[in-house]
Design a protein around this ligand. Sequence first.
Ligand code: LRH
Ligand code: MN
Length: 424
Amino acid sequence: MRLEKNNIEKHNQTFGKTHRRQLEFLMATIPDAEKILHKLMAFQVAIPSWALGTGGTRFGRFSGGGEPRNLEEKIEDIGLLHSLNGSSGAISLHIPWDIPENPVRIKNLAEQYGIRFDAMNSNTFQDQPGQQYSYKFGSLQHVKKEVRQQAIEHNIEVIHHGIALGSKSLTIWLADGSCFPGQLNFREAFHHTLQGLQEIYSALPDDWKILVEYKAFEPNFYSTTVGDWGQSLLYSSKLGQKAFTLVDLGHHLPNANIEQIVALLLMEGKLGGFHFNDSKYGDDDLTVGSIKPYQLFLIFNELVEGMDARRMDHAKDMGWMIDASHNVKDPLEDLLQSVEAILVSYAQALLVDRVKLRAAQQTNDVVLAQEILQNSFRTDLRPLVAESRLRVGAALDPLGLYRSCKIREQLIKTRGSKTQSSGL
Ligand code: LRH
Ligand code: MN
C-alpha cells in the first residue's frame, strides 16, 4: 500500500501551527539551526529486510499480522516508512532470506519508492535445505576445507546479488566460535577465517567495501572468532583498504565504552558502519534509544567529531543501518521510533559547541565539559527533526499519522492476520 501525499499534507496542516511555534522558539535559541537542518535532511538510515515482521525468541513468537510475504512487500513497507519520515531511503538485504528473484524488477520497484540498496548480508550461521556441508561447527573457521569453501562461495554469490541491485558493500557476521574450552584452536580458527575473508575480499569490485561485524557471544557461548572490536580491526587491517569494522551496538559485553571504541576505529580510518539497536543485557535488538539514549548521544558525539576530523561526509561515508527484532511491538512503529531516536541523537551531537568543549578539555574543566555535553543532550530538538521531515514532504508526526491512517489494519486486510515474513 502507498500513503497518499494529501494524507501527509492534511496531517501537516493539522499540526503545522503547534509545530511552527515550537520551531520558532528553537530556531531563536540554538546556533546553526539551518546547518543542522540540512544535515538531518541528508541523513538516511537503512532498514533491515529481516526486521519487517515480528521477531521471536526460542521461547516463542507472537505474530502481529499483515506481515510482508515477499521481498516486494518488504520494499513496499520500507516505502511506507520513507514516505512517513523521509529518512528511511535504503534497505539492507539478507541472503538467502531475501534473494531478489528478478533483480531488475526489484531495483525498479525500490527506485519507485526512492529506496537504494545498502549493505548486503551473508548467512553462514544457518544450514539451508539441501546444503551439502553443515555450519554446526562454524563456517570460515571450520576445520574442514570443503566447509570453508562452501562459505566463501556463498559470500561471493551474495556480492553478485548486490552488484545486480547497485549495493556497494557486504556485511559479514560470523556466528563462528566455540561453546567449551578445548573445542577450538583459536589461532587456527583465526587463520582459516582470515584466509576465507581474503578470498571473499579478492572477489570484491573496486568500489565495494567489506564490513566485518564483531559480536561478543551467541550463538557460541565460550569464544567467538570475530568476538570484539580488536579482532575485527585485526581482520580488516590485514585484509586491506576496502575492509572496515561494523559496530552493532548490542554486540558488546556489559558496560563496554562503545563511544570510545567508535572514536578509536574512526581515528584508524577503519569504521565502516553501524547496526543500531539498544539492549539492557545481551544482544536484545530492542528499539534504538529505548534503554540507553545518553549512550547513543555520546556515540554520535564521537562520530561527528571523528568524521569531521577526517573530513568525512556524514550522509555518504558511513553505513547507517538498523538491526533490530520486534517481539512485542508493531515492526513498522518500532522502526519509526528507532529512526527518530537516531536523528534526534545526531542533531544533539551536531549542537555540541566543540570549541568550548575542547577548551574545557584542555583546561581539565571536567564540570564544564559535562555541562556542555548535557546541555545538548537535554535540548529538545524534536521540532528540528520534525521540520527536516516537513521540508522533504514527509510527516510532522510519522507514528501519529501511521496510527490515524490505521495502516496496520489495512495491511492485515490485504495480507491476512497470519502472514509470516522471512528473517529472524
Ligand atoms: C547477529 C546480527 C547480524 C545479522 C543478524 C540478523 O546477531 O546482528 O548482523 O546477520 O543479527
Ligand atoms: Mn547486526
